[in-house]
Design a protein around this ligand. Structure first.
Ligand SMILES: [Zn+2]
Length: 342
């Protein structure tokens, strides 16, 4: 049941880089290759068989085991298996980072939300590193998590931020739960849930709560010349970046800025901020429990108001069971109202 391919760096940013990189003295080829390869992936979505299983631990089906593959800089996934579940760290930092990122995401879903891997049935977690040549993106293709190396001028290796892996794997979770379609409000929610649980996994790894977190997505994959910028801000959507290479962050923060038919990455800011406001008041994990319960009850064509209603309803049930605070339903309603969702 493949869902839509979600690329970590949205097309409006990649397109801006491709248009302006050459003029700014950056490697325009890397951006162009990224755009071309992304289009090819969209069309092909092919899966190669695993090639070298020897001496490495094979995945136990249904245990949420990890397998990391090295694509050796080819634009093909499923290259050489280089680390299996429980195997010792290897020399390549990005292999270990991918292994750790998949593990942190799996553990957050298990410990905080009681979910057993992506499909809640211990699905094996496949990760590919060194995909492509200076590839400025990462993606979930419906079956596996694929990381590019970045071009080191704009982006660096995409394994460097646990946001990347958590965001993309959550697309898998959404695919197996609500199945939100990837257009308009449902698409914006699909994107937002990925950012929401990515931020929570980031906090899970850093052992911090809402008030101590930066609420930025992708800040660790920015290369040195882009230091301080990020891909999205959940606290203040529309402020993540503003520079000649990436352009200016166009994300909506309120329903008054909603773009009908717009890219899900633009309109997701509205839901992201609703979650941020909820988490600041309730704590990130209680807020995550509420939004996760809503996600499990949403449906493919759901709208923002459906999500707001379900979140308040699930908050009521969870507070009755003593799992979130007593005022959670009111906090949730106030958060949605503040971003213009009645
Ligand atoms: Zn996404």
């Amino acid at each position: 049941m493949p869902g839509p391919i979600c690329f970590y760096v949205p097309s409006h940013i990649i397109d801006h880089i491709a248009r302006h990189a050459g003029r700014l003295g950056l490697d325009a080829d890397a951006a162009r290759r990224t755009a071309v390869a992304s289009a090819a992936v969209r069309e092909q979505r092919r899966m190669l068989a695993m090639t070298s299983m020897d001496a490495l631990t094979a995945a136990r089906p249904g245990q949420g085991d990890r397998q990391i593959f090295d694509d050796h800089h080819r634009f093909e996934t499923g290259g050489e298996l280089v680390r299996g579940e429980g195997d010792d760290p290897v020399a390549a930092a990005n292999v270990n980072a991918a292994y750790d990122g998949l593990g942190a995401t799996r553990e957050f879903f298990r410990e905080v939300l009681g979910r057993d891997s992506i499909d809640d049935a211990g699905m094996t977690l496949l990760g590919d590193v060194n995909y492509g040549d200076g590839y400025d993106n990462a993606f979930w293709d419906g079956t596996r998590m694929v990381f590019g190396n970045g071009d080191d001028q704009i982006f660096q290796d995409f394994t460097r931020d646990v946001d990347v892996c958590a965001h993309e794997l959550t697309h898998g979770v959404t695919q197996y739960t609500a199945g939100l379609v990837y257009t308009d409000q449902a698409g914006a929610m699909n994107e937002a849930f990925s950012d929401i649980f990515a931020a929570c996994v980031d906090q899970f790894v850093q052992k911090v709560d809402a008030g101590e977190h930066n609420w930025l997505i992708g800040e660790e994959v920015m290369a040195a010349p882009m230091y301080g910028e990020a891909i999205r801000s959940m606290a203040h959507p529309g402020t993540a970046y503003d520079n000649p290479v990436l352009g200016k962050d166009p994300q909506a923060a309120h329903m008054s800025e909603y773009v009908p038919g717009g890219d899900p990455h633009l309109n997701s800011g509205i839901m992201n901020r609703a979650f941020y406001l909820s988490a600041i008041d309730l704590g990130s994990y209680p807020a995550a429990k509420i939004f996760y319960a809503a996600l499990r009850n949403l449906w493919p064509q759901a709208q923002f108001t459906d999500c707001a209603y379900l979140c308040a309803e699930q908050a009521r049930l969870l507070s009755r069971d003593g799992r979130v605070s007593r005022h959670a339903p009111q906090t949730i309603r106030a958060a949605f109202r503040e971003v213009g969702i009645p």
